[in-house]
Structures are given as structure tokens and as C-alpha cells.
Design a protein around this ligand. Sequence first.
Ligand SMILES: NC(=O)c1ccc[n+]([C@@H]2O[C@H](COP(=O)([O-])OP(=O)(O)OC[C@H]3O[C@@H](n4cnc5c(N)ncnc54)[C@H](OP(=O)(O)O)[C@@H]3O)[C@@H](O)[C@H]2O)c1
Length: 294
Amino acid sequence: MHTGPTPVTVIGLGPMGRALVSAFLDARHPVTVWNRTPGKAADLVERGAVAADSVQDAVGAGRLIVVCLIDYEAVRAALAQSPAEWGDRLLVNLTSGEPAQARQMSRWASSRRIGYLDGAILTPTQAIGTPSATVLFSGARDVYEAAREPMGAVGGTAVHLGDEPGRASAYEVALLDIFATSVYGIVHAFALASAEGIAPERFATFATGIGGLLPDMVRRFAQQIQSGHYPGDRSTIASAASGITHAINTCLSHGIGAGMLTAARSVIDRAVADGHGPEGLARLTTVLHESGRP
Ligand SMILES: NC(=O)c1ccc[n+]([C@@H]2O[C@H](COP(=O)([O-])OP(=O)(O)OC[C@H]3O[C@@H](n4cnc5c(N)ncnc54)[C@H](OP(=O)(O)O)[C@@H]3O)[C@@H](O)[C@H]2O)c1
């Protein structure tokens, strides 16, 4: 794609789509937008964007077509209304989804000879267009290189993870695993603390200390998983079995569901039964590979 302003189309005006439009406008690219529910583009039109009446017109107006919708089903529904011939237009799909969905989308694009890049945005809307934005991409390198200059408007760090179209999504779902369980863990801990009469702000003083331990733990676990060596010198799986049981029992005594904790304990119990009790917690990764099987 040539240097200089590139006509960009953004499909989807949720909070993230709107942030992307804003960044493309700031970078002086001509921007056309489309959203399923009309009426969400007024302020963006005031800033220079053009609101298309149809997906057909929106795709026709752009050279770089960026899609950012709630899920891949919505992407398929929207793009089903796009022109049969895309010419040299590129499709960058920044919608969150699953690796298999990204691969399927890539097949759909290649069946129509559309250059396709799948992306995963790892940062919140307010980071878009700033140095703190991080976006992962996967798909053909030539498409990444062609989209690179206009996509630079999104700011920050862009990483191309290779040709395999599901790769960005694979990183995203694994990171979402951390995020989802952490957020649930936090609200669950607040429920337990308040059941024990602890004021939320007082609890927060100590809870934030847990977050501080995690970056070092992530790096240490990565090394251990890579080397296949799980020393139990800091803490052991056997000890974690005991600790998690205290949390489960106290939750149950207050009528608080302990489903996620009991699921974790069943993996720990399996590890202990397999003789891994004296090892460190990173060993649970290998046990988890078996945990979904009957
Ligand atoms: N917000 C963030 O901080 C953030 C961060 C990283 C990644 N993301 C990802 O970015 C994507 C968009 O997120 P978002 O925050 O903008 O809001 P969102 O609520 O996930 O998506 C809203 C957009 O999806 C459209 N949509 C929903 N169902 C549709 C359908 N069946 N057909 C066509 N369009 C449909 C909405 O159109 P209507 O207006 O018509 O409902 C709107 O344009 C998501 O995949 C999200 O995971 C968001």
C-alpha cells in the first residue's frame, strides 16, 4: 500500500471501532464508516469521516478495510453484504475470536482473493492512537507489510506473528484466560472478604500485593515449562492443595459458590495422585493437558 493517506473503511462503531476511526482521522487518512445500527457516526462525521449507507458502499470507498465487531458471526453477517469483487483491497479483522474462526475467515478471504490479516488488540480503547497500544497480527507477510503504514495510525507496538492466520487469536485467547480468571478471582475474593466482615478498601491494601507477585511468577513459570524442570523450592503443589482447601471451605461456610476453586483443586489433586506433590506449581500445566479428557 502506498505511503501517504490511504482510504480506510472501518466497519463497526462500538467503543473500539470508534477509537480506531479517531486514530485514522488523527493520522489524516480519509475514513469511511459503517455500523449495523445507524446514528452512531455523527461526531465522527463532524470530524471528517464519511458514513456509508451500506457495507457495499463502505467497502467500495476504502483500500484498507478494518472490521471491528462483537464476534466473527457478526463479521460474517456484515461481510456477506460486501461486493463480490474486492480488487486490491485488504481486509484487517480486529474482532476478538477463536483461532479456528480466524483460520476460517482467512479461508473465506482467500476464496475471494482478498488479502487478509487477522489482528488482536491487547489494549483498551484509550490506548489506541498512543504509544501504549499493542496489536498482534497474523496472516501473509506481504499483506502485513502492505497494511503496515496505515495501520501505524493505531500507534504503539504492532507485532506480526507469522503467516498462520490463527496465531494472533491464539495469543489473545490465552491472554484472555489470564484476564478472565483474574477478574473472577478478584470479585470472588471480595465476596469472601466481605462475608468475613473485611471492608473492601482495607482488603484492597493487601490484595494489590498479590498482583505485584505475578510478573516474576509468569517469567519463572515460562522458564520452568520450557525446561521441563519444576523445582518445589519456593512452594509445592502439595502445599497449594492445603491452601486452596481452606479458601473453598470458608467460601462454602458462607454460602459462596466455590466452583472455580474446586475445579483448580481437582487438577491439584490429580497432580498429587500422579506423584507431583513435591514439585512447583508450573507442573500443573502438564497435568492440565490431560484434565479435559475423561
Ligand atoms: N473495547 C475494548 O477495550 C476492546 C479491547 C480489545 C479488543 N476489543 C475487541 O474489539 C471488538 C469490538 O469491541 P467494542 O468494544 O467496539 O464493542 P463490542 O460490543 O464488542 O462490539 C460492538 C460492535 O459490534 C456490532 N455488532 C454486534 N452484533 C452485530 C451483528 N450481528 N452484525 C453486525 N454488527 C454487530 C455493533 O453494532 P451495533 O452498534 O449495531 O450494535 C458494534 O458496531 C470486540 O471483538 C472486542 O473484544 C475491544
